[in-house]
Design a protein around this ligand. Structure first.
Ligand code: ARG
Length: 566
């Protein structure tokens, strides 16, 4: 929070010198190691050098000028070549708590992204396959980053880039025509389609011609075979239902579901452009673009004319640049696709476009269960919707034991279960692998989402039905360490959000909320909040209220509900 005063000192003093001497002078503002010297210290060496005046004169002048600024400063002491300042912590704290209580859910709003467009590509499951844990991570991280960036003023456009195109659909069509049954699939789409897919691979081991048939089927799709396209459309709709269950539960939405298939008719012009720019080469019948010695070439067209994942992503990124005029396009995809996105960037810059640096692979690690990656390959499917339901049931049992008379137990359990899963993930820095344990994540204590909700519920019950006047506080209380610690954290909310936006890392907010909750719980163990003395009571309530505001808003940015009761 001293940061704000420091930066104001810098600009105000700089403006003074500019006005008085017509010079841009870099004012240095430090925090002395030895706190007894002051909270802020301004060394005047550079000013002396630039203005060619004696040190005492410069120091005296600065001391006087700073005294005229409207800042929460207690005292200003010239000491040798320094001007040392003691901050008025009580006034500063009161200003912060007041602004929080007055701003409410708008507190922490930042303008770093004003006027900038961000396109976010997240979730993006593969049709006819199970919604994997990787897709869940992408969904949760992408959604949270979207909310965080909106809070920072960015215009966001969220795309669920469905994996609804590619040779696997050729396989699916061949398998369906040979062994499939419509009713059976309708009853249980993903499971039955997965079975067909697995069977295709098993049979293809002995009968490699199946692979050729599948390639031909996909080629037929690409040139518009109506029978195949009808089948594809049906498979797409049926399997989207599973993803939709998860989005409904998590209350996550998208501005567009334009997936890979949407780009089927938008690839040819891009291939033409590559050709015209002399980038496309033939290699064993396939069309490739060389990307330099440090990475493998991009395969743009198979020898049978079929397009590839990267071909579609290239068409998509050019389309997005035109349509959404992004300043950044973010891809929330696992670490294993690192090379793919490096190739995409290289392709874009080889084509002569200047926006390769705006393409960002927001990577994340694997989800481990007992140290191993959960695989969807050979039918070993982790049903994510079931995982979420398990968390919700566990939450229900805990709530039922603690608070059996709670009115809307089912709904609360839903939000607590979701908080367990979402926070259990987002508290980890996204780039790392996550070892996940549902039982631990649902607990009301420890570093969990439910713990934060529970802290919020305590505050909600403290404040319920209470009125207080933030303009009638005893600001000197804020100087006490357990008060001041909370004020310091509340003051850091905005910069925390900005840091999370800059790093596309919800974990920055998750960790911050954990320490805010810990500070509040400590405060609550030391202080009685609803006391006789009106000023003390107002101060306590205002402090509790500001923690509530920040917790509420911080949880919202992660995709978690703040609860009134649980
Ligand atoms: N559907 C892909 C997969 O599951 C992820 C797509 C990510 N987005 C993209 N534009 N490539 O691996």
């Amino acid at each position: 929070m001293i940061e704000q005063i420091k930066s104001k000192l810098k600009t105000n003093l700089g403006a003074y010198y500019k006005q008085k001497y017509g010079m841009e002078l870099a004012v240095v503002v430090e925090e002395p190691k030895n706190a007894s010297l002051g909270d802020i210290s301004i060394p005047m060496f550079t000013i002396v050098k630039a203005l060619r005046k004696p040190m005492p004169e410069i120091v005296a002048e600065a001391t006087e000028v700073i005294g005229g600024f409207d800042l929460p400063i207690l005292s200003i002491k010239p000491v040798g070549a320094f001007v040392n300042l003691f901050v008025d912590k009580a006034k500063l704290s009161l200003d912060i708590i007041k602004s929080c209580v007055e701003a409410g859910s708008d507190f922490g709003r930042s303008h770093v992204g004003d006027g900038k467009n961000v396109t976010l590509d997240y979730s993006s499951p593969n049709i006819a396959k199970s919604f994997s844990i990787g897709h869940l991570r992408s969904t949760m991280i992408g959604n949270s980053v979207k909310l965080i960036m909106r809070k920072c003023g960015y215009n966001t456009f969220a795309i669920n880039y469905l994996g609804d195109w590619g040779t696997q659909f050729g396989k699916m069509i061949v398998a369906y025509k040979k062994w499939g049954n419509r009713e059976v699939i309708m009853a249980n789409p993903i499971a039955e389609l997965t079975k067909l897919y697995v069977r295709f691979h098993e049979e293809a081991e002995n009968n490699p011609e199946l692979e050729d048939e599948a390639r031909e089927a996909f080629r037929q799709m690409e040139i518009g075979n109506p029978e195949y396209l009808d089948l594809w459309k049906w498979i797409r709709e049926e399997s989207l239902k599973e993803s939709a269950q998860i989005y409904d539960l998590l209350e996550i939405d998208f501005d567009s579901y334009n997936g890979e298939a949407f780009f089927n008719d938008k690839m040819e012009p891009v291939v033409e452009e590559l050709k015209e720019k002399g980038l496309l080469h033939e290699n064993q019948g396939a069309q490739i673009v060389d990307l330099g010695n440090d990475m493998p070439p991009a395969l743009i067209k198979r020898s049978d004319g079929g397009s590839l994942y990267i071909t579609r992503d290239l068409a998509a990124v050019l389309y997005r640049k035109r349509e959404y005029k992004f300043d950044k396009v973010l891809y929330f995809v696992g670490n294993e696709q690192k090379l793919h996105f490096e190739q995409l960037k290289r392709l874009v810059s080889k084509m002569g476009y200047d926006f390769a640096d705006e393409i960002e692979h927001v990577n994340f690690g694997l989800y481990l269960t007992n140290g191993k990656k959960a695989s969807t390959r050979k039918g070993n499917v982790v049903k994510l919707y079931d995982v979420l339901q398990t968390a919700i049931h566990l939450a229900y049992d805990l709530i039922d034991a603690k608070n059996p008379n709670l009115a809307n137990k089912e709904e609360v359990a839903k939000y607590v279960g979701i908080a367990a899963i979402v926070f259990g993930d987002l508290k980890n820095y996204r780039g790392l692998d996550v070892e996940f344990n549902i039982e631990q994540s649902v607990k009301f204590e420890g570093q969990t989402g439910p713990y934060l909700q529970y802290t919020g519920v305590r505050i909600a019950s403290i404040l319920r039905g209470k009125d207080f006047d933030v303009n009638n506080c005893d600001a000197t209380l804020f100087e006490k360490p357990h008060y001041f610690e909370i004020v310091r954290q509340v003051a850091a909310f905005k910069s925390t959000i900005e840091k999370a936006a800059e790093e596309y890392a919800p974990s920055v907010i998750a960790k911050y909320l954990l320490s805010l909750a810990a500070s509040f719980n400590k405060f609550y163990s030391l202080e009685k909040i609803n006391v006789e003395d009106e000023k003390v009571r107002n101060t306590n309530f205002a402090l509790a209220k500001s923690v509530r505001i920040v917790l509420n808003e911080g949880l919202r940015l992660l995709g978690i509900k703040y609860l009134e009761e649980m």
